[in-house]
Design a binder for this molecule. Structure first.
Ligand SMILES: Cc1cc2nc3c(=O)[nH]c(=O)nc-3n(C[C@H](O)[C@H](O)[C@H](O)COP(=O)(O)OP(=O)(O)OC[C@H]3O[C@@H](n4cnc5c(N)ncnc54)[C@H](O)[C@@H]3O)c2cc1C
Length: 408
């Protein structure tokens, strides 16, 4: 089989690449190893940054209808278990099994072909240039020749490993788990709760990124509950992710309050959540790598769908030009890192600033909560703006982003 572009992985990143490539008139094959619809362990939050993609794919109304919750407020619970509330731009929470399938169907409307149960095993590389993939399709070996490959196979990416650009950084690679529960008590409709590392964590560890979340689904009938911690700090606790979650349920004020009558609809399942401070090498001649496969998730707020879809859009504007120029050099493909970095690095750096300045220690976290409550308009402060204001005006630190500096 021969195609112009093969896209490996039909998650949000791969679907976006396939959608815009086919729209640009490219002959695209999108493949996924799973039978669809498929689940993805996730907090299920589709942020407003994704709405332009949903509009383009014609799925905005379907996504809204699929939402199990529209959070409008964020409650941040600090390590001493005190909290502050903030307003947020409402977003959609929809089970990934449903939301990702709507995206996949939307993506195919522009003409890409799709094959499920197709596991890519290896890139075909000739004279240093990626020229397609080998894999297993419905238990049979198969090869697809292609002028270019988009690698969007998620956080355990076998193909990024083959290219030697797979990231292993215990400070930025997070472990995260999610479970659905019923019988969770004390939630408020439309309020997403984030509980940061309790000061009573069993070992004397403070992790700048360890949070548990609770979000009401379907008018509070169910809840999405999950936990995130950087690999490095999980190791320091000496616990498993499941053990840490159980510990939170039983030993913290809010954990006990929310969970004492809760019953799991599904057990907590963990997954790797690969974050970054900035986009690193994401290409090889003939191939571009996007989304979790290149660790493009935000390392503090743990959002990864926006970076994956933005990466997909950039891939779809970059590759047609490469195909028509016939330039498959390392130099040409290195432009892809610059293009994606331009779009994603400011957001990744903003997140890193939040992590390094506010989550960095319990004192600044507490200071942030107390400060927020003294601000005019509280509790109706916009969360992102408050973070920036606190860092620049209270801590007197700069927020340095690739494209600008924000100072007091
Ligand atoms: C617990 C947890 C909570 C999270 N919460 C959020 C959140 O609320 N909001 C948010 O924006 N992000 C969240 N994230 C991050 C988000 O899930 C990912 O960043 C996002 O799914 C990445 O999209 P992707 O398209 O790059 O990869 P994926 O969504 O992982 O898709 C990759 C696809 O590739 C397929 N695949 C894999 N290997 C192969 C192969 N060899 N051949 C063919 N197909 C293959 C898989 O089946 C899969 O469908 C969370 C992550 C975790 C772990």
């Amino acid at each position: 089989m021969k195609r112009q572009v093969v896209v490996v992985g039909a998650g949000p990143g791969g679907c976006t690449a396939a959608f815009y490539l086919a729209k640009a008139g490219i002959d695209v094959l999108l493949i996924d190893k799973e039978t669809w619809p498929r689940d993805k362990i996730c907090g299920d939050s589709y942020l407003p940054a994704l709405y332009p993609f949903f509009e383009d794919m014609g799925i905005m109304n379907e996504m809204k209808a699929a939402a199990a919750c529209n959070p409008k407020a964020l409650r941040i619970i600090d390590p001493d278990e005190e909290y502050a509330d903030f307003d947020v731009e409402p977003w959609l929470i929809a089970p990934r099994r449903i939301g990702d399938d709507i995206i996949r169907r939307g993506a195919l409307t522009s003409g890409a072909d799709f094959m499920e149960n197709f596991q890519a095993e290896e890139l075909i590389i000739r004279r240093g240039v990626v020229r397609g993939i080998k894999g297993i399709y419905n238990n049979r070996e198969i090869e697809v020749e292609a002028d270019a490959v988009v690698i969007a196979d998620g956080s355990h990416s076998a193909l990024a490993r083959q290219l030697g650009i797979y990231k292993e950084d215990p400070e930025y690679i997070l472990y995260a788990g999610r479970a659905y529960y019923d019988g969770v008590e004390g939630m408020e409709e439309g309020k997403f709760e984030e509980f940061y590392t309790p000061s009573t964590l069993p070992k004397p560890t403070y992790s700048p990124i360890c949070l548990t979340w609770v979000a009401p689904l379907y008018q509070g009938k169910y809840a999405s509950v999950g936990i995130t911690i950087a690999e490095k700090y999980l190791r320091e606790t000496g616990m498993t992710l499941e053990g840490l979650f159980q510990w939170w349920c039983e030993n913290t004020k809010f954990g006990r309050e929310r969970m004492h009558n809760a019953r799991p609809v599904e057990k907590l399942k963990g997954w790797r959540l690969p974050g970054s401070r900035k986009i690193e090498k994401n290409y090889a001649p003939g191939a571009v790598v996007i989304g979790d496969a290149v660790s493009s998730a935000e390392a503090a707020f743990e959002y990864g769908i926006p970076s994956s879809m933005i990466g997909g859009r950039v891939a779809a504007s970059f590759l047609p030009e490469v195909l028509s120029s016939g330039d498959f050099s390392e130099k040409k493909f290195s432009e892809f890192q610059t293009l994606v970095g331009k779009e994603l690095n400011p957001g990744l750096e903003y997140n890193a600033n939040f992590r390094d300045n506010i989550l960095a220690n319990k004192k600044t976290m507490k200071q942030f909560q107390l400060w927020a409550k003294t601000q005019p308009g509280y509790p109706h402060l916009i969360y992102d703006q408050s973070v920036v204001k606190f860092i620049t005006e209270v801590l007197h630190k700069e927020i340095v982003l690739s494209d600008k500096k924000i100072t007091q």
